[in-house]
Design a protein around this ligand. Structure first.
Ligand code: HMH
Ligand code: TZE
Length: 221
């Protein structure tokens, strides 16, 4: 079994099933998701992508072969591009400005997820860092694909779905899966266990990120 298949089976398969039947996700395709919940999501995703880009730059710095360095650097830059596009298009359509993003700040789940990613990418091994960032690519590709089959009656939601369900994003994810599988042949059992734990934790944060948006979760105090 490839390393990525092992990670998915033991760390993501069950949670992925919960993600695709979460009311936030089903609400995107049937168009019943209230714009307020999507607005919360887009604002939080703006904060998330800024931290995610820096996490990817840390992964790039830890990579040992130059193709991987170049790829993760590119993805770090693209995450900023996606964040700016979100600002320019989705936020605008939702009646928001970048000042609203700054005023809202990063919520409890976003902060926890960003902190975990940053910590693993800064202090873990290269393989651990790849395992921590992998669900962000993989879950979004699979959710994007699943949603694309159904699309959405709401043009705003259809636009978001098209980004992650695209063949371009699929190619990005396949490259990262290739890197992961090659790393799987190099790591020992203890490092492999740590990778699995990070992969399964960030997969849970992916579910929690949608759940936080669905409940418009705020800091309790
Ligand atoms: C929370 C979250 N995870 C993953 C992605 C895709 O990288 C995203 N935009 N937001
Ligand atoms: C994973 C990911 N998500 C948004 S941008 C990006 C990097 C590759 O384009």
């Amino acid at each position: 079994m490839t390393f990525s298949a092992d990670l998915w089976e033991h760390g993501a398969a069950k949670v992925y099933e919960e993600i695709v039947r979460h009311p936030f996700i089903t609400g995107l395709t049937d168009g019943t998701l209230p714009h307020a919940k999507f607005r919360y999501f887009v604002i939080q995703d703006s904060h998330y992508l800024r931290a995610y880009s820096r996490a990817l730059a840390l992964v790039a710095a830890r990579a040992t072969d130059e193709d991987a360095v170049s790829m993760f650097c590119r993805h770090a830059a693209e995450a900023i591009d996606v964040e700016r596009e979100l600002h320019a298009s989705l936020l605008g359509s939702l009646g928001l400005t970048s000042a609203d993003v700054d005023t809202a700040g990063s919520g409890p789940t976003t902060t926890a997820y960003m902190s975990y990613l940053t910590a693993v990418c800064a202090t873990g091994t290269y393989a651990e860092a790849v395992a921590a960032v992998l669900p962000c690519y993989w879950i979004y590709r699979d959710v994007g694909r699943a949603l694309l089959e159904r699309s959405s009656p709401d043009p705003l939601y259809a636009q978001w779905i098209a980004t992650y369900g695209s063949p371009e994003f699929d190619a990005v994810v396949e490259s990262v899966l290739g890197v992961t599988n090659r790393l799987g042949t190099e790591v020992g059992p203890a490092e492999r266990d740590r990778c699995l734990r990070h992969f399964s934790t960030t997969t849970r944060y992916e579910w929690m990120f949608w759940d936080a948006a669905y409940h418009e979760l705020e800091w309790p105090v």
